[in-house]
Design a binder for this molecule. Structure first.
Ligand code: A2R
Length: 322
């Protein structure tokens, strides 16, 4: 009797639908504050139908798939928190049509993604993975490692000069690189030379660094024409989304010497990387790990959780997407 009275008085924890396999510390924080339904919409449709009317918030990853049909099944949905800066899998039009605020985790991952972009550029041009293997495999005594491409002082083209693109540019300045960029709208606050398209930019640089959002608007922005413009001595680096690059065209360009090499953190169908790409010696590959440091994942989790906390406390969201 006493217990049931207590239960009646304590406010119910809001129901949150989690739509990705979240980083465990974020999941633990959510479970402490909310009633969490972990991917129930995928694992148990009958249970989901029962809880869907109660779902007040959604928590997902940067690449979760959240179509309009899922939004439509959640009549009480008030807020969506994305653990990541990109949110290309979310149907923003459907979310906006309902007036549901969407939040992400910008800025806190700029340093890490920029570090990874620079790393992949060095890995690809200096053939660092191969050089490491050369030492491990005991090949050094039989002769020096072949000469490679110099990075410092080279020309860098950045496709997408936003928060992360600018962090990459600042690092590249430290390498004495000559920087140019392309975006849809030239930045008035930036003096780097602007080119109106990726192909025009590619023709003028040694390294082409891709760091736009994903989604339909940038799908295959880097295509066979851009790769041909980058040329036989050029390198492509992608730390944006796999969808931004036509991966088949890239593999063909790497196989046939249309470009010199590539450094990739993102792929068309993650976590699957085609054997044709894995077999190539002129590409450096990382497993979509650009923001995957303890420090940055913690900062991202704090923001992703903090946005939901703020919403239910009636406070302004920390990082709403405008
Ligand atoms: O196009 P603009 O003027 O909106 O400039 C943005 C540029 N961008 C594009 N550039 C060329 N063609 C496009 N179709 C296009 N769409 C967007 O990408 C801007 O300079 C940049 C995006 O910058 P932010 O919004 O500041 O994003 P942030 O934080 O740098 O992250 C970029 C992406 C994420 O969306 C994830 O997919 C990935 O990095 O981690």
């Amino acid at each position: 009797m006493i217990l049931s009275n207590l239960a009646a008085k304590s406010p119910a924890k809001p129901d949150v639908l989690v739509v990705a396999k979240l980083w465990p510390p974020l999941m633990e924080a959510l479970q402490g504050a909310f009633t969490v339904h972990d991917r129930t919409h995928e694992s148990d449709p009958a249970a989901f139908a029962a809880i869907a009317p109660r779902i007040r918030a959604m928590s997902g990853g940067g690449e979760s798939k959240v179509p309009a049909s899922l939004i439509a099944q959640l009549p009480a949905l008030e807020v969506i928190s994305v653990f990541g800066v990109g949110y290309d899998g979310y149907d923003v039009a459907a979310i906006r049509a309902r007036g549901i605020p969407l939040t992400n985790t910008p800025d806190v991952l700029n340093d890490d993604v920029a570090d990874m972009g620079i790393s992949l550029m060095l890995m690809a041009a200096r053939k660092l993975p191969q050089a490491d293997r050369y030492v491990r495999d005991g090949k050094w005594p039989s002769g020096p490692f072949p000469l490679v491409r110099k990075v410092s002082g080279a020309r860098l083209g950045i496709v997408g000069l936003g928060r992360i693109g600018l962090a990459i540019a600042r690092r590249a300045e430290g390498f004495g690189m000559r920087i140019a960029y392309t975006t849809r709208t030239p930045r008035r606050d930036i003096a780097y030379p602007y080119f109106a398209s990726p192909a025009l930019l590619a023709a003028e640089v040694d390294f082409l660094m891709v760091i736009t959002p994903g989604g339909a608007a940038t799908r295959h922005l880097i295509n066979a024409e851009v790769l041909a413009a980058l040329g036989t001595k050029g390198y492509l680096i992608n730390v944006a989304r796999g969808s931004v690059v036509d991966q088949d065209a890239l593999i063909h360009a790497l196989q046939t010497g249309v470009i010199a090499g590539a450094g990739l953190d993102v792929y068309a169908d993650e976590p699957n990387v085609p054997e044709a790409l894995r077999a190539l010696d002129n590409v450096a590959l990382t497993p979509h790990a650009a923001s995957a440091t303890w420090q940055t994942r913690k900062a991202m989790a704090d923001l992703a959780f903090g946005n939901l906390q703020a919403h239910f406390a009636g406070k302004p969201l920390l990082t709403p997407i405008a």
